[in-house]
Design a protein around this ligand. Sequence first.
Ligand SMILES: Cc1ncc(COP(=O)(O)O)c(C=O)c1O
Length: 272
Amino acid sequence: MTQTEQLKMHNFNAGPSILPKEVFEEASRAVLNFNDTGLSILEIGHRTPLFEAVLQEAISHARELMKLDSDHEVLFLHGGASTQFMQVPMNLLDTNEVAAYTDTDVWGTKAIKEAKLFGHVEVVAGSKDKNYTYLPKGFRVPATAKYLHLTTNNTIYGTQWQDLEAFYAYNVPLVADMSSDILSREIDFNRFDLIYAGAQKNIGAAGVNMVVVNKNILGKTTRQIPTMMDYRNHIANGSMLNTPPVFAIYICMLTLRWLTNNGGVEAIQKKK
Ligand SMILES: Cc1ncc(COP(=O)(O)O)c(C=O)c1O
């Protein structure tokens, strides 16, 4: 096996992960000539039917793969998952309210740091004491918490919340950073009120986040939210509040299409 083949099989590096070769083949054709338009995917207008079809297909694959109900909206937003560390509390947490956070990797720690800028944070469970080598069990979450935040897969330290049932029982809105395990295993995604994932791990190229949000939890803070940070504006404008990251969304669409055509989440979970 060549070194490249080995790297393609197991990429444990930081940053972007391996994508299916079919995605690259299709994307490379689209860079030169997108859908026989004579134009590159990099130069088509984002408000054209051409790109609208790409975005709609990406959303519809995501909805189907995640079996989302009609309360949940799928958004493709600029910025990496780190942007969500602040966008989540900015939208969901008032200054005098409490959000519960788990601290099970540096990503959780970073999310906590940002949330503290917007309201009170109670770290209800963490594993910093043993260098993030375990996942805490049996912790309490205040019933008044606006939401409980978890990182489903702790990318750097390698732990994963495999059993999510305990989280469902807390009866507070659940917010999850699923950047490094989204669509790799079957989860009841509708149990979460907000899910975010930087695309570059499992669903595409860097430069875009997929955000799945239950629209019923929005609009409950008194804070003035900057236009680009307010999820409601992105929902109202179908992820096209401004120029979207067209190429990154296109790669997500191809990857989600590939996943759909290859048996969906159930099939990919069996491959692990
Ligand atoms: C779980 C998790 N959250 C957040 C991030 C940060 O993502 P980004 O670099 O897109 O901001 C990463 C990056 O690997 C991650 O694995």
